[in-house]
Design a protein around this ligand. Structure first.
Ligand SMILES: Cc1cc2nc3c(=O)[nH]c(=O)nc-3n(C[C@H](O)[C@H](O)[C@H](O)COP(=O)(O)OP(=O)(O)OC[C@H]3O[C@@H](n4cnc5c(N)ncnc54)[C@H](O)[C@@H]3O)c2cc1C
Length: 410
């Protein structure tokens, strides 16, 4: 078992840590200021400071690190994991600066893996270049969308076109006018087998009949700093048949393929969020004095700090093991571990953020520290890419099967 970074990862890590110190952290306040001054508050990726960061990231070879294969940096999951963690320390600035932000990452993976040459040229190339952004539209207000077979939006063939009708919500990034294309999941054949009814199709933003209705809020945060979460209506939206991704009935399988890497990326970044919270917690504990001594000398505070460190180290090991499994036995073979980290990461990081907020007093709940916004963001991870309960059900079923097999072998 090898715990050290390989030479490429070590080199990229050094470069990225330097980029964070010299460019990203110093730009955080400027980014917030420029966002507040935008005419269209949703056009977050037009903030000039982001363009500067992107140019610098490209110059340093820190671009599209998430994407394996020829289209991206070609890193393994195990190589990307420690880098994604570092970007989580400045969650709303570092991932887009490196062109490694969701949901574009997942959409680029889908296009790289399943797109036709034309689809790649039209959408993958500008996405890889960071010129446009995209959204992934699966969840619907009218059905329990944690069960993807419930998705009801219709995609019906009509000559050389497909016609879409339906409603979506919580579509991340879609309030941004530069979100130029939507990867939409819907039903092409409601009578087919349960997992062959769905297809995925590309819908350009300007297509008539597609209306961006409103932005959803998370505990009052509209998340305009990464394009919000939109509710959309599709009314007789017509797109060329060539916009279908892979074949009719392949939508469910593509969604599964998309979610494996997406989930681990979220977990890696979440560890970075928690590391920054521990840093803030320790600094505050040392400088703040109550009842005659620094908070750092209160046993309960020491307990929070020690528990945070133990939980974080445990979580990181599980995430890295999962990354290694994805590289060695594939996403399918790592399914159980991907579910385990998707359950463990938000829960662990939420616990640490809660303690960091508590230690900061009322200030911790406010806009003066990044903790409250991080807490809201991490809480949403217990739904996004599948609620905890769905992952637990499936993990438990797999464990029960595994134990039954073991008993059968005796
Ligand atoms: C901030 C944010 C961003 C998002 N971004 C996107 C996006 O970009 N694109 C997109 O398509 N979607 C997005 N989503 C939606 C997210 O993927 C869904 O909310 C999630 O899949 C759950 O679907 P639902 O909300 O319809 O919950 P439902 O399916 O209605 O489930 C409600 C609850 O029922 C319980 N439940 C469900 N199934 C089971 C089970 N098998 N066993 C036990 N309990 C169960 C769970 O507690 C679950 O939370 C986002 C959500 C959030 C909060």
């Amino acid at each position: 078992m090898e715990f050290a970074f390989d030479s490429r990862t070590a080199r990229l890590r050094t470069e990225l840590l330097d980029f964070m110190d010299t460019h990203v952290y110093p730009a955080e306040a400027k980014f917030a200021e420029q966002l507040a001054g935008l005419t269209d508050r949703w056009a977050w990726d037009s903030a000039p400071v982001l363009a500067d960061l992107r140019a610098e990231a490209r110059r340093r070879g820190l671009w599209n690190l998430f994407l394996p294969g020829a289209h991206g940096a070609g890193l393994t999951n195990l190589q990307y994991a420690p880098l994604a963690e570092i970007t989580g320390r400045a969650l709303h600035l570092a991932p887009p600066a490196l062109n490694c932000a969701a949901p574009d990452t997942g959409n680029m993976e889908v296009l790289a893996q399943f797109g036709t040459a034309e689809q790649k040229q039209q959408w993958l190339t500008p996405l890889l270049d960071g010129r446009i952004r995209s959204a992934f539209a699966m969840t619907e207000p009218d059905v329990a969308s944690s069960d993807a077979t419930n998705i009801a939006t219709r995609i019906e063939r009509d000559g050389d076109e497909y016609v879409l009708n339906g409603r979506k919500w919580w579509i991340t990034g879609a309030m941004n006018p530069n979100c130029r294309v939507f990867v939409v999941m819907g039903k092409t054949d409601p009578d087919a087998d349960r997992h062959r009814q769905q297809s995925m199709i590309l819908v350009p933003r300007d297509t008539p009949g597609l209306v961006v209705e409103r932005g959803m809020e998370v505990f009052g945060y509209d998340d305009h700093d990464h394009g919000g979460h939109a509710q959309l209506t599709f009314t007789d939206v017509r797109v060329p048949a060539a916009n279908l991704i892979a074949g009719e009935g392949d939508g469910f399988a593509i969604a599964q393929a998309r979610l494996g890497p997406g989930r681990i990326h979220h977990c890696m970044r979440a560890i970075g969020v928690a590391e920054r919270a521990v840093e803030l917690m320790c600094a505050r504990a040392e400088e703040r004095v109550a009842f005659g001594k620094p908070l750092a000398r209160q046993g309960v505070v020491q307990d929070w700090i020690a528990e945070s460190r133990v939980k974080l180290e445990q979580l990181r090991l599980l995430v890295l093991k999962t990354a290694w499994l994805m590289d060695t036995v594939g996403n399918k073979g790592a399914h159980t571990e991907i579910q385990a980290i998707k359950i463990a990461a938000p829960r662990t990081v939420q616990w640490i953020l809660d303690k960091a907020i508590q230690l900061h007093g009322a200030g911790g709940l406010s806009q003066d520290f990044p903790l409250a916004a991080a807490y809201a963001g991490i809480r949403t991870l217990r739904f996004a890419d599948g609620p905890d309960e769905v992952h637990k059900n499936s993990l438990a079923r797999a464990e029960i099967r595994r134990q039954a097999d073991k008993r059968g072998r005796r």
